[in-house]
Design a protein around this ligand. Structure first.
Ligand SMILES: Cc1ncc(COP(=O)(O)O)c(C=O)c1O
Length: 406
């Protein structure tokens, strides 16, 4: 009968269920979709292995998860080259900005603190905005956005004016691609203001660009999961001097961004105070293992630098001009001027490259018309070579004259 047939079919499908489920889980994200190549500074391209690490649901109180957090914290301190006796790595839910703001608002006191913000781009300006919103007394020392911070100018400034409690600076200014010499800046800051708190936003540099905490007397360094460690977005982390961190207890003007409370709670209970990004942390752990397998930050920076050279040489040979002088570039991301050609339109250029599976990054400069190419993520020589070839072809299709005019 039809009912009997239906019952038999149901029983048959039910018996197949485990097989179907196994095949669904094998047919992972990466087998199913072919993602575009992201030449962006994050979110960026991650490996199938990092994405696959997220295909689990671990409870936040699970011992395995607690051990993973400890692994992640220790590994971050190892990458930073600091001891767990003096430093701690605090993980903070949210993107990189949440990490920066947590440091700023936890370590400062209204009517007592005075922050010097060293600014040469949009991310320094973001710290200025935070100071304003937190009603903190602050001074902004601005530098040209197409250059790294001029140490002579900073030195003269600090000689005259050094009544600051905090100094904040960006490591790799992702706006332009300029790299700031944070160790020399830190040395200078501590020479004139030994007791100050030195804060480094190393969002797009940490994990690849070398950083010496001791040399730079760095007290707080912020980065996030989806930059040079090459994992998915979801949290930021702050490498903090424990002594300086604990001296800021009860300063916080925010519940969720209280860095001391986040730290103390983790030490006491092995738990985040609020729902942790479990999947993003699983992915991050895998990304840290991959970083080690690649040969650590030194080898990773070598790959990024090689990526950078390939794109840069390719684009310069087409006639593009770059914004930041070569010896001030970070190798993480670089800005190129739009061609001076009436047939060029950035929107069209972006779309035509994206249609070929190559996603570049718009500019963020306040004055210059530039686009950016990121060299970080799961990208290798052949990707960079293909990008240069595609850029050339797209320009030809747009009837932009090559070599391009500037
Ligand atoms: C130097 C720097 N600081 C801060 C941020 C902000 O990070 P997020 O967008 O993750 O909040 C970025 C983002 O790219 C950055 O490059």
């Amino acid at each position: 009968s039809r009912v009997q047939d239906k019952m038999n079919l149901y029983k048959y499908l039910n018996r197949l269920r485990p097989v179907i489920l196994i095949n669904i889980s094998k047919n992972t994200y990466t087998n199913k979709y072919t993602d575009k190549k992201l030449f962006t500074p994050g979110p960026l391209l991650t490996t199938p292995r990092v994405k696959n690490a997220m295909l689990r649901d671990l409870g936040s109180r699970d011992d395995e998860f607690i051990q993973i957090i400890k692994y992640v914290q220790n590994k971050l301190l190892e990458i930073a080259g600091v001891s767990s006796l003096d430093f701690t790595a605090v993980l903070m839910q949210g993107s990189g900005t949440f990490g920066v703001e947590s440091v700023l608002q936890t370590t400062t006191k209204q009517n007592e603190s005075k922050i010097l913000v060293l600014e040469n781009g949009a991310y320094g300006q973001r710290i200025q905005k935070m100071c304003k919103l937190l009603s903190l007394d602050h001074k902004v020392l601005s530098f040209p956005e197409e250059r790294s911070i001029d140490l002579n100018v900073l030195n003269s400034f600090l000689q005259d004016e050094n009544n600051f409690t905090h100094v904040a600076v960006i490591h790799g200014e992702t706006t332009s691609g300029a790299l700031n010499k944070v160790e020399q800046i830190g040395q200078m800051v501590k020479k004139y203001i030994p007791d100050s708190i030195f804060i480094v936003d190393s969002m797009s540099a940490f994990g690849a660009v070398p950083v010496d905490f001791k040399k730079g007397s760095i007290d707080f360094l912020v980065s996030s999961s989806n930059k040079c460690i090459q994992s998915v977005p979801g949290f930021s982390f702050v490498i903090c001097s424990i002594k300086k961190l604990l001296s800021c207890k009860n300063n916080s003007k925010s519940l969720s961004l209280d860095l001391v409370d986040q730290y103390e709670n983790m030490v006491k209970t092995n738990q985040f105070r609020f729902t942790p990004p479990t999947h993003a942390i699983l992915a991050f752990k895998e990304a840290l293992v991959e970083l080690e397998e690649e040969g650590g930050p030194v080898k990773r920076y070598e790959r990024y630098s090689n990526n950078h050279e390939i794109v840069r040489n390719g684009l310069l040979s087409i006639g593009f001009k770059e914004l930041v002088p070569y010896d001030e570039q970070s190798k993480i991301i670089n800005s190129y001027f739009y061609p001076n050609d009436s047939n060029f339109s950035f929107e069209k250029f972006y779309k035509m490259l994206s249609d070929r599976g190559m996603v570049i990054y718009p500019g963020k400069m306040s004055k210059a018309s530039c686009f950016r190419i990121g060299n970080i993520g799961d990208l290798y020589s052949k990707d960079m070579e293909k990008l240069v070839g595609d850029i050339k072809q797209v320009l030809q299709e747009m009837n932009v004259k090559i070599p391009i005019q500037n």
